[in-house]
Design a protein around this ligand. Structure first.
Ligand SMILES: [Mn+2]
Length: 395
């Protein structure tokens, strides 16, 4: 069974002031679909966070529709579960889409009855597909879907305060009553113990600290294909996170992004490969002094600049934009020092109005350059000031 595993697409994401929809479309057109055509997997798994927002705009929905349409055309069975950024708006047409082999999963029905996939070679694999749910939804879901078993079996979830782990324990306990069908693959969207966060995983739906679920609960499963953590990782030899298909933060700019290709044979992973996808947009963090950076060759990557200057620069953002049209973030490496150096010469309102133009200029110059202006510069200033005054008299 050849599985292509991906997650956390976050379609329609905004990156600072930039909309990423066209970059995302390009990624799918020039990287993702050529790969699918090349490797022809038996099944594609998308482990949640399909969209970036629960109420996606028209453009993001169109992008999603485009991707679904292409997946349908390729004729490859695809399983997509909801993540903590998604809502049921995404699964509105799930019944229609099933008829073309696209399974959009938003409840526990495909956990209760696993989705049986048969490979081209005739092997069967059972996929237990668990969409993201918060504690209350999951508790209610378990109570509804396993109503019959609830009366007969032990309940771990009777107490008032339950944790996510209690609910998963309960769920797997119920599944085991009917025996987990093998080979068993679990698809989910949450953090497993030892998982490494990037800091972008939270959303409006998660409040406070996130729970790390112990892997031991899932001992009956041969493979876990997970979403939620944005960096690629493999834990305990059976838990795979693909991470996002392209970088979504400057911190992730240098991290490899892509999808997992996994071959499963008789309950064992016989082959695994992380296939990198090249991002259609470049993300760069540039560090240096303003005077060096302004001489850089023109670069239209998405850029964050960290200024190493120790004194404030006048309008650095606007000026650096002439070299970096997609400059998105600018900060000083030593922000505290900058603030204090500016404060030394900061004037009170009273002082400000008591100074003449030349004194104000001297003060301003000192704030920016941290030294007094030279006499030739002062002469120049006086000339301009005189010219300016004459011109304003004429008006
Ligand atoms: Mn995510």
């Amino acid at each position: 069974m050849r599985i292509l595993h991906t997650s956390d697409w976050h379609l329609g994401k905004n990156f600072y002031s930039k909309k990423l929809t066209s970059a995302q479309l390009k990624l799918f057109e020039s990287e993702f679909f050529p790969l699918i055509k090349d490797v022809k997997p038996d099944v594609v798994i998308v482990s949640g966070d399909i969209m970036d927002k629960p109420n996606p705009d028209y453009e993001s929905q169109q992008l999603f529709k485009e991707i679904l349409y292409k997946l349908g055309q390729e004729g490859i069975l695809t399983i997509l579960i909801l993540g903590n950024h998604d809502s049921k708006r995404v699964t509105l047409y799930k019944e229609f889409l099933q008829s073309v082999g696209l399974f959009l999963i938003d409840d526990l029905s495909w956990v209760k009855t696993p989705l049986k996939v048969t490979s081209k070679k005739g092997e069967n694999v059972y996929f237990y597909c668990m969409p993201y749910m918060d504690i209350y939804e999951l508790r209610e879901g378990i109570n509804t879907f396993w109503k019959d078993l609830k009366r007969r079996l032990t309940l771990f979830t009777n107490k008032e305060e339950v944790e996510l782990s209690d609910l998963f324990k309960q769920l797997v306990y119920f599944l085991n009553y009917e025996k987990v069908k093998k080979p068993a693959v679990f698809i989910g969207h949450f953090a497993i113990e030892k998982g490494e966060f990037t800091g972008e995983e939270s959303s409006i739906k998660t409040i406070g600290m996130e729970e790390l679920v112990p892997v031991g609960i899932f001992k009956d499963f041969d493979l876990m294909l997970m979403g939620h953590l944005h960096r690629v990782q493999k834990l305990f030899n059976k838990v795979y996170y693909s991470g996002t298909p392209m970088p979504y933060s400057f911190e992730e700019a240098e991290v490899k992004k892509g999808v997992w290709l996994i071959e499963l044979k008789c309950e064992k992973v016989t082959k695994e490969e992380f296939v990198p996808l090249s991002s259609p947009v470049r993300f760069k963090v540039l560090k240096g002094k303003f005077n060096e950076l302004i001489r850089f060759p023109k670069d239209d990557s998405y850029i964050k600049v960290v200024l190493e200057d120790e004194t404030p620069i006048l309008h650095p953002f606007e000026r650096l934009r002439s070299v970096f049209p997609n400059l998105l973030v600018l900060e000083y490496e030593n922000q505290d020092k900058i603030v204090s150096s500016a404060q030394v010469t900061q004037l009170s309102t009273e002082e400000f109005f008591s100074l003449n133009e030349e004194e104000l200029f001297k003060n301003f110059y000192f704030t920016v350059e941290n030294k007094a202006p030279s006499s030739s510069l002062l002469d120049l200033f006086r000339d301009y000031l005189e010219e300016f005054k004459k011109a304003s008299l004429k008006l």
